[in-house]
Ligand binder design. Structure first.
Ligand code: ADP
Length: 261
């Protein structure tokens, strides 16, 4: 056996290597733990629709043939629970991708916001909805994945419509050299205890109510993951009794009007 000669320098290097190794192990442990929690939460979320499908299938077997009302009720329920499972699985798969695929597409945010505004105001004609895009904001351009950025915009507007009844406002502007997109509602707001968890996977303030509206508790975590994948951030402010504002901030590529000059 040959002894390794340790100079002061090599001791420092070994120490550093040891430190890096320990940090890697710590990270791995945290990641395994997170993954375990995700799998256990996901199984729990899937259990409910599976047991509903199962019990309706049994009802169909027992009484479906002779009773058309039972037949239709069961088929409707199975169909909607299957949709729910499909939605859950798609969202889980999206979250499980560790890296958000950002390509180098140039995206005009005002176009995405305006399209979303048109789509939602067409679908929710009875709701009061305002969209404010300043002249300056109309020229904002970011680099990123267009469908994913559209998805964040949709998630925020959809939530405001789902969880509140009053008017909602969206605003695109430029703030501190970044693009800022805000969705503000005048609903009942979210308590500070719930706000701490609002971006946690599967977290819902009111499980029963959100289940009825098809909520999975994965929309905001997906939106946050996409925002971070684009070098941006998604934040929330809420006051009970007054409403909630979600803000998406994204780094700018350049301004389209600068390009034109
Ligand atoms: P989902 O809407 O599918 O349940 P999200 O992750 O998008 O999941 O939202 C998590 C929870 O945050 C919702 O279930 C709801 O309780 C709450 N929430 C989201 N947006 C709002 C809002 N604008 N006003 C009040 N509560 C909200």
């Amino acid at each position: 056996w040959k002894k390794i000669q340790m100079t002061n320098q090599s001791k420092d290097e070994l120490y550093e290597m040891g430190q890096t190794f320990n940090e890697m192990i710590d990270n791995l442990e945290v990641n395994f733990e997170k993954q375990e929690i995700f799998v256990s939460d996901a199984s729990h979320e899937l259990k409910t629709p599976i047991s509903i499908v199962k019990s309706y299938a049994q009802l169909l077997k027992r009484r479906g043939a002779e009773n058309p009302a039972v037949f239709h009720e069961a088929i409707e329920a199975i169909d909607s629970e299957a949709d729910r499972m499909q939605n859950l699985v798609e969202q889980m798969l999206q979250l499980a991708k560790s890296q958000v695929e950002t390509n180098t597409e140039t995206v005009e945010l005002s176009k995405l916001v305006l399209d979303a505004y048109k789509t939602f105001s067409g679908a929710y004609k009875e709701r009061e909805m305002y969209c404010d895009i300043s002249e300056e904001a109309a020229a904002l351009v970011v680099k990123g994945n267009q469908p994913q950025l559209q998805q964040i915009i949709y998630i925020l507007i959809d939530n405001a419509l789902k969880y509140t009844e009053n008017a909602i406002e969206m605003k695109l502007s430029s703030e501190d050299g970044r693009a800022s997109f805000k969705v503000k509602d005048h609903g009942e707001g979210i308590s500070s205890a719930d706000l701490e968890h609002i971006f946690d996977r599967f977290y819902r303030v009111d499980k029963a109510r959100t289940r009825e509206s098809g909520g999975t508790g994965l929309g905001l975590p997906i939106a946050k993951q996409i925002a971070q994948g684009h070098g941006g951030k998604l934040t929330v402010e809420s006051v009970i009794g007054y409403g909630t504002t979600f803000t998406l901030q994204l780094p700018l590529e350049k301004e389209a009007n600068q390009e034109r000059h």
